[in-house]
Design a protein around this ligand. Structure first.
Ligand SMILES: Nc1ncnc2c1ncn2[C@@H]1O[C@H](COP(=O)(O)OP(=O)(O)OP(=O)(O)O)[C@@H](O)[C@H]1O
Length: 665
């Protein structure tokens, strides 16, 4: 157990033990060892804090929150990792840290030569209140806070004729059951038209894309010079999805062709926008070489991590408008930082200044009314004036089971959520009896009712294959591959965890085996036709990004010989495919089942989510909400044990960062 008297040798032995258990990364342990060499006076609790701060980065936290760590060590540090409950209890942080007090820990850190506690710039660790940062992440957080603060203060001249434009772009009053409702989309447009920085948050189908397309029309239509507008998203998949939805929206805008032609319909990834440099965390665009644009829209902003946000803000010219779109209730990025969640912490309550609200009402002709709204305090809540939450989902309007289930989970109402799970065709739950449960196998291959399973894409693969003898280069191969990829997106199994019987790894093996047994797949190991794969690492040479999904298909070579190649969508809005030989793909894994984290930015007509048998650190209401909202038409919850769903609803992600505090000064 760690106490103020623990020696460095004892501490490093504990860290070694945690590494051996797979609880800490070798990198986290190495950092503590490095600091021990740098400072022979270092106290063991300082070295411990450095290893834990590094460990927390691997779990998405920008810093180590000392108080939260001591209050609930195992939960705060996400230990033991999923699937290892009950093992090695003596090594749990709750046991090992029991002898440490917050007062002693912060005092030791503040006194350490390794730690900047009063603005020193040459120390590798930074203590701010009860939060300990590795220097690089402190710099990112401060950089982002400074850049955002400048943009939050950036009021723009109100475009000429704003009211008229709003009336033209939003011609119909929003009616719900015959009653007039506040049109938050129109308000978001008014808010964004008068700001250099706007954040629009809303659940699935609340109209974020529609709003931004209309806003872009308004900005182009009222600009003196044509504006250079760029659209981006954190992943290729999210970019492709936005590209798809934006095209139709632009086509139906009530504006003249000149304005319409100036609204881009292509969406790139943030990496491509910034110009990623191979094998480097740096980009071609930065403060010294800013992006050549006037307006930047970033969708799926919940997936932007702190480092990316730092790079993005640095590369954005001061005059450019920035619009962030996203769903604040979704899981944050896997990397450190939960920016959207941090920035939107008060979005439900609005916190608009009375004069700002009065202006918004006057210019839009809307009445701002919602029971959750609270007025902002005079001279405060500057950030809140730039944020608008869309509150009405058109996709999940009225009686939608998926919408109601997602909302109940988001509001942490387990009983209500359970009621929605019981009702109807759209949403269903299946109680599993074991790993080889017949109902599970049927669902995976055949789906349920109209909701499809994996058998669907495999029958597309088999039945729509071009006739024998169709030549290499014939467009029929391309169309077939596109059809198979689209059919695969009709259904996906999502898992909360990677390990254990209900984790991605085991399930992928079992599903391949199942489909093989049923004669739907020719193989179940290695490369076989129909194998769906997920790219797990960016490969700039091949133009594949982490998260891209492809399917192995047999196509003819130039000489007619059939060869297995993996078809990937290009994800650049072109609708084109790229075919890659399996031998060139080293960082891929089979993806019948995928984690909820990896599914962010994607949607499937039928989404099934399987929970593990016991609660573990990753199970939170955000994870459930993100999984449920991946479903477009049908959602199925698979439960090996009753009760885990309810327990997960009761827990929230608590990402540690000081961004909001820094912004509010
Ligand atoms: N003001 C509106 N009037 C009519 N239809 C609308 C309006 N706003 C949105 N819609 C429709 O509602 C659906 C969802 O809108 P949109 O795609 O803009 O939402 P979103 O929040 O961007 O969704 P996602 O969750 O996919 O990101 C679309 O079919 C869109 O055409």
């Amino acid at each position: 157990m760690i106490t103020p008297h623990t020696t460095i040798t004892e501490l490093l032995a504990l860290l070694d033990r945690w590494v051996a258990l797979g609880w800490l990364r070798p990198l986290d342990r190495a950092l503590a060892g490095f600091f021990a060499e740098q400072d022979d006076q270092a106290e063991s609790v300082v070295l411990l804090a450095s290893a834990l701060a590094s460990h927390q980065l691997g779990h998405g936290h920008v810093c180590l929150d000392l108080a939260a760590t001591l209050a609930a060590p195992d939960f705060a540090l996400s230990l033991p990792p999923e699937g290892e409950e009950g093992l090695a209890d003596a090594w749990l942080p709750s046991v090992q840290l029991a002898g440490l007090t917050l007062a002693h820990w912060t005092r030791a850190l503040a006194a350490s030569a390794l730690v900047a506690a009063g603005g020193e710039t040459d120390r590798p660790l930074v203590l701010h209140g009860e939060r300990l940062y590795l220097r690089r992440y402190w710099n990112y957080e401060q950089g982002v806070a400074r850049a955002l603060a400048a943009r939050i203060g950036d009021d723009r001249a109100v475009p000429d004729g704003l009211s008229g434009w709003l009336a033209r772009l939003f011609p119909e009053p929003l009616l719900l059951n015959g009653e007039r409702q506040t049109d938050w989309q129109k308000l978001a447009c008014a808010l964004a038209a008068s700001s250099g920085f706007t954040l629009i948050t809303g659940g699935p189908g609340t109209g974020k894309t529609t709003t931004v397309v209309r806003l872009l029309a308004l900005l182009q239509g009222t600009a003196e010079q044509p504006l250079r507008i760029r659209l981006a998203a954190p992943t290729g998949k999210a970019a492709a999805r936005l590209t798809e939805s934006i095209g139709a929206q632009v086509a139906s805008l009530p504006v003249n062709d000149e304005v319409r032609a100036r609204i881009p319909v292509e969406v790139s990834t943030l990496h491509r926008l910034l110009g990623s440099l191979p094998d480097s965390r740096h980009f071609r665009h930065h403060a010294g070489n800013p992006l050549p644009l006037d307006v930047l829209v970033v969708d799926e902003a919940s997936m932007i991590d702190l480092e990316m946000m730092h790079s993005l803000l640095a590369a954005l010219p001061a005059h450019a408008r920035l619009l962030l779109l996203g769903d604040k209730d979704q899981l944050a990025s896997v990397e450190a930082g939960a920016l959207l969640g941090d920035l939107c912490r008060h979005a439900e309550r609005g916190l608009y200044q009375p004069e700002r609200l009065a202006w918004l009402e006057a210019v839009s002709g809307e009445q701002v009314a919602h029971s959750a709204l609270v007025a902002g305090e005079p001279g405060r809540n500057a950030l809140a004036q730039r944020i608008l939450m869309l509150r009405y989902s058109r996709r999940f309007a009225g009686g939608s089971g998926i919408g109601r289930l997602a909302e109940a989970v988001n509001r942490q109402q387990p009983e209500e959520a359970r009621r929605h799970l019981a009702g109807g065709d759209e949403v269903a739950t299946v109680r599993l009896k074991g790993e080889q449960d017949g109902a599970l196998n049927r669902l995976l291959s055949d789906g349920r009712g109209q909701a499809l399973g994996y058998g669907h894409y495999l029958s597309t693969l088999r039945d729509e294959r071009p006739a024998v003898g169709t030549a290499y280069g014939d467009g029929a191969w391309h169309d077939w591959a596109k059809g198979v990829l689209a059919a695969f997106d009709q259904f996906r199994l999502l898992c909360a965890v990677r390990r254990g019987p209900w984790g991605v790894e085991g399930l992928n093996e079992r599903i391949a085996g199942l489909l093989h047994r049923r004669g739907l797949l020719e193989g179940k190991e290695g490369w076989y036709e129909g194998r769906p794969v997920l790219v797990t690492r960016n490969d700039y040479g091949l133009g594949l990004m982490n998260g891209d999904i492809g399917i192995a298909l047999r196509l003819p070579e130039e000489d007619g010989r059939p060869v297995l190649r993996v078809a990937f969508p290009r994800n650049d809005g072109s609708g084109e495919l790229r075919f890659v030989l399996p031998s060139r793909l080293s960082e891929v894994e089979t993806v019948f089942a995928m984690t909820v984290h990896k599914s962010q930015g994607s949607e499937f007509a039928h989404t099934a989510m399987i929970l593990p048998e016991a609660l573990n650190p990753v199970l939170t209401k955000e994870l459930l909400y993100t999984g449920i909202t991946r479903a477009r038409h049908w959602f199925t919850l698979l439960e090996p044990r009753r009760g885990v769903f309810e327990q997960a609803i009761a827990r929230r992600v608590e990402r540690r960062s000081g961004l909001l505090e820094s912004l509010q000064g």
